[in-house]
Design a protein around this ligand. Sequence first.
Ligand code: ARG
Length: 459
Amino acid sequence: MAQLWGGRFVNATDTGAFDFNASISFDKRLYREDITGSIAHAKMLGSTGIITEDEMDDMISSLQGILHDVEDGKLQITNEYEDIHSFVESVLTERIGDTGKKLHTGRSRNDQVALDMKLYTRNFIDSLDETLTVFLNTLLEIIKTNTDTYMPGFTHLQKAQPVTLSHYISAYFEMFLRDRDRLKDTRKRLNLCPLGCGALAGTTYPLDRDLTASLLGFDGPTRNSMDSVSDRDYLIEVLNDLAILMMHLSRFSEEIIIWNSDEYRFVEIDDSFSTGSSIMPQKKNPDIAELVRGKTGRVYGSLMSLLTTMKGLPLAYDKDMQEDKEVAFDAFDTAHFCVKLFDGMMKTISFNKEKLDKSARHGFTNATDVADYLVRKNIPFRDAHAVSGRLVLKCIDKGCALDDLSLEEFKSECEAFEDDIYEAISLKTCVEKRLTTGAPSKEAVMKNVRLYEELLNKR
Ligand code: ARG
């Protein structure tokens, strides 16, 4: 048991209590952030004259050595320490003696852990941003190459009106673009440095908080010391961002699972992203999509868990907050991995264009266009809607599509129909005449594509 305190204690810590209290098993992944923060703190202590320049140099080079040794596997982070902060300080003191004991001057583990988690979260957001950008590019490729791939759009999972595959995938593109923006917004808000707030009430040392903030790439120091050590809003925000991202991935997964079914056959998931059955030789299952859908619940759980942990905590730091880490790390890993896998699945998936086209031609997806045609011939929309409905009924009876009716059959419901009805309700017309902003025509979709390309190139 290696701990940083003990002066005022007479009895040794119960081993069960030590283990219960310890966080090293999961906060060891903060080693890089803890050492980076310590180096900035040491620089500041030296530049303000709180420690000598020699002491500062000693501390910094030893901290850099510790970082290298951990990364090279020469130094193991073992569970005898209470947490990552104790580990780093203890090793530093072993290596440079009394100077190492000065590192914690003007610092508490409360502002230290607040800093470490912010640094870790910021790095996470940046690397997820890269993965999301790769994923958005994968979707953009599908969008750009399928502006003529007609397919049905659905409401209530019933065929509604024809769209294109580009338009469909663009809808998901928009969702993931918002997800990326949401994370960027969260990053902006979290980017104030808590280091120097001490346990809760700042310190009496002449710390230069602006210096540490700028050394660590923050926009400035946080403004209230009590808020700084007890704020976990930014983590809740990230978990919320991830919960929404997972909800989008889960919807997309559901879509892919349906499209991959034998009844639909809109897509074929590549072998490399499918799994088989141990008993049924014919099976090729969409397990990756199903697992992404399943893991969504887990990320929601992390969000609920942290919200609940925080809801009753009085100011300032309370040990309850240590519970932020496992849920946050789990959600970070889960969401990031899901995006990567989904990207791989979408890069290798194939779309059955014939099936999509055929499906768009059946199911009366152009019934609205029959009504719209009559509106252009001066029939009120409500009456036109009823005429089209009766024609659909006729087709169901005959087992044909609207396009298969003869002009006489059209005319039997309304005299206004002319020969041009066939052109007006062709699949191509139905899609390409939808020119309004946000509609499925190639022209409207390509306008968005140009914007998407700009957005993806802008970092
Ligand atoms: N492991 C602790 C945490 O994650 C570090 C802060 C400890 N502070 C304290 N006052 N015991 O929150």
